[in-house]
Design a protein around this ligand. Structure first.
Ligand code: ASP
Length: 314
């Protein structure tokens, strides 16, 4: 039986001149480590659920990505993280939104799925549940990364929220847009698929804003009959097109392949309403697709019968 994993570390306009060889190497190394942590488990016969969780944890622990450590700052100068996980064999799912002290939000989403009677917990209630489950918590300075702080400083006195990595150019236009959300999809040796997604959201986001990342069907979805999807991009637009579930519907009701369905959603439906970003997808035969309508997407994949793939630009 084929097994495979694909991961992303965010999509967007990653301007090549801002990317030094050292930074590019650091991103590729971090992607490689995350990929290996999931792939190793699959090779040992672990479930797709455990593989996507492990890969996501690896990126949450890296300050390079906008998830866990390295999450962007909110309007009030804090961190509010969102995450989700879903299993394709029984449609079980767990999601959390607006947690500020949980080191690995994806583990909290998994605990919600496995140990509560609920699917979606938010804010203080989600944090209380994390405490009860003995998950690792940390004070605000754990999540602080100077690069994110400077991004926030540039926009904190405005009412706008910015996409991760936005850089204000002299003409006032936002030059560099990168969404640093992380995610993974996997197919295990039993043919079960799973998806996970985790994010700090958008710089300077206000009013307990929640994006697509923890919303089942938008930022994350898995169903063995169709696909597992993890999204990254401008969350408001991904919610409006119900992006991840729409890929599944196109496969289920219209007979599209994974690649065709993802192209329809990412390159047409999202583009039509100005939704920038991308997604990674996996079907239960271990086929992988990674589609984005932005200049780049941090991404990597590995199949049991294929080469390792790591890329940033097209
Ligand atoms: N989708 C995320 C959000 O809207 C942002 C990202 O992908 O970086 O919160």
């Amino acid at each position: 039986m084929n097994y495979a994993i694909a991961i992303h570390g965010g999509a967007g306009t990653i301007v090549p001149e801002d990317m030094t060889p050292e930074l590019e190497k650091a991103y590729k190394t971090a992607l490689d480590e995350a990929l290996n942590s999931g792939y190793r488990l699959l090779a040992e016969g672990a479930s797709a659920q455990k593989a996507v969780a492990a890969a996501t944890i690896s990126m949450e622990n890296s300050p390079l990505f906008n998830a866990g450590k390295g999450s962007v700052f909110t309007h009030t100068g804090g961190h509010e993280m969102d995450a989700a996980i879903m299993c394709g064999h029984d449609l079980s799912a767990g999601c959390v939104a607006g947690v500020s002290n949980v080191v690995n939000p994806v583990l909290l989403a998994e605990a919600v799925m496995e140990k509560s009677n609920h699917v979606f917990l938010s804010g203080l209630g989600a944090e209380a549940f994390a405490l009860k489950e003995g998950l690792r918590l940390a004070p605000p300075d754990y999540f602080y990364v100077p690069f994110r702080y400077n991004q926030w400083k540039a926009v904190r006195d405005t009412n706008t929220y910015a996409l991760d990595h936005n850089v204000q150019a002299a003409d006032g236009l936002l030059k560099d847009k990168k969404f640093g959300t992380v995610g993974a999809v996997a197919c295990d040796q039993l043919g079960n698929i799973a998806a996970a997604t985790s994010t700090g959201g958008m710089t300077n986001k206000q009013y307990n804003r929640i994006g697509d990342t923890p919303v089942i069907g938008s930022g994350c979805y898995a169903n063995n009959q169709t696909c597992a999807i993890s999204s990254t991009g401008h969350g408001e637009l991904f919610i409006r097109v119900i992006a991840a579930y729409d890929v599944s519907c196109l496969m289920e009701y219209k007979g599209c392949t994974l690649q065709e369905a993802m192209e329809e959603v990412v390159m047409r439906k999202l583009v039509n309403i100005g939704g920038e970003g991308g997604m990674i997808g996996m079907d239960a035969s271990g086929n992988i697709a990674m589609i984005f309508n932005s200049a780049g997407m941090y991404r990597a994949s590995q199949k049991n019968d294929g080469e390792k793939y790591i890329a940033i630009y097209r």
